[in-house]
Design a protein around this ligand. Structure first.
Ligand SMILES: [Zn+2]
Length: 246
């Protein structure tokens, strides 16, 4: 029996840092999955062993990503998960209105109503790239662990594709969010997947590749690369908004 990388394969260790396991981490976070309706989205969620740092520390990133998905959604359709996402996002924003300042400087909430900074109602998104990179790279490392039964020892290069599209346009319409705040209710829709992914060996480069899809709309890609590839990759992708080596 080969025992290569045996340290990385121990399931009593954190998927991220190999410190002793203190609990399990849901991937994506449990809070992304709707709880209500006929279908229980919280069955058979992906979990990996984690230490305290790589479990509790992520909750701020998780909440941030949840809201980011909310405000930039195109809302082409309205399945259960999407509806639930919006309801929950709106509730969070109404409860903790200062959280909007982590997404944009052009919008705030006063007395439950959106107030625009500019008469044009143009809202420029101000993404926290390090938070976003942290979220996706942690997810990528967890899924790598799940797929390969060992933790990834190199770097993760994250490209949040959905955000690249948004940022190249530079402005975002928050109008849908405005509508949802004024029409806030809890009506139900139909079943739809919250999250899916494909994991593959990369073609044209020496490494592994993970595609992630959230709510049928948001796509991110992560490359698993040796640390030595860092400089080359960063210079090649330097103009891509949100592309980050974590
Ligand atoms: Zn850890």
């Amino acid at each position: 029996m080969e025992s290569k990388n045996s340290d990385r394969m121990k399931s009593d260790k954190c998927y991220y840092c190999l410190e002793p396991k203190k609990g399990v981490e849901h991937v994506p976070p449990k809070c992304f999955f709707p709880q209500e309706g006929k279908k229980n989205y919280r069955n058979n969620l992906i979990t990996v062993p984690s230490c305290d740092v790589h479990n509790s520390n992520k909750s701020t990133d998780d909440q941030y990503m949840f809201l980011l998905f909310n405000v930039i959604s195109n809302f082409n359709d309205d399945p259960t998960a999407r509806k639930w996402l919006v309801d929950k996002g709106v509730a969070t924003i109404l409860r903790r209105s200062h959280i909007l300042t982590t997404l944009t400087d052009d919008l705030r909430i006063m007395d439950g109503k959106l107030v625009y900074r500019n008469a044009s109602k143009e809202v420029v998104l101000k993404p926290d790239y390090s938070r976003i990179g942290g979220f996706f790279s942690a997810m990528a490392r967890a899924i790598f662990f799940k797929e390969n039964s060992e933790s990834w020892g190199g770097g993760v290069f994250v490209i949040p594709l959905f955000l690249v599209r948004v940022m190249l346009n530079n402005t975002v319409s928050f109008n849908k969010l405005l509508l949802d705040i004024s029409r806030y209710n809890s009506s139900k829709g139909q079943n739809k997947d919250v999250f899916s992914y494909t994991f593959s060996s990369g073609e044209g480069f020496d490494g592994k590749l993970l595609h992630m899809f959230f709510y049928g709309e948001f796509e991110a890609v992560c490359f698993f690369l040796p640390d030595a590839a860092r400089e080359g990759v960063l210079s090649k992708f330097k103009d891509v908004p949100g592309a980050l080596w974590v």
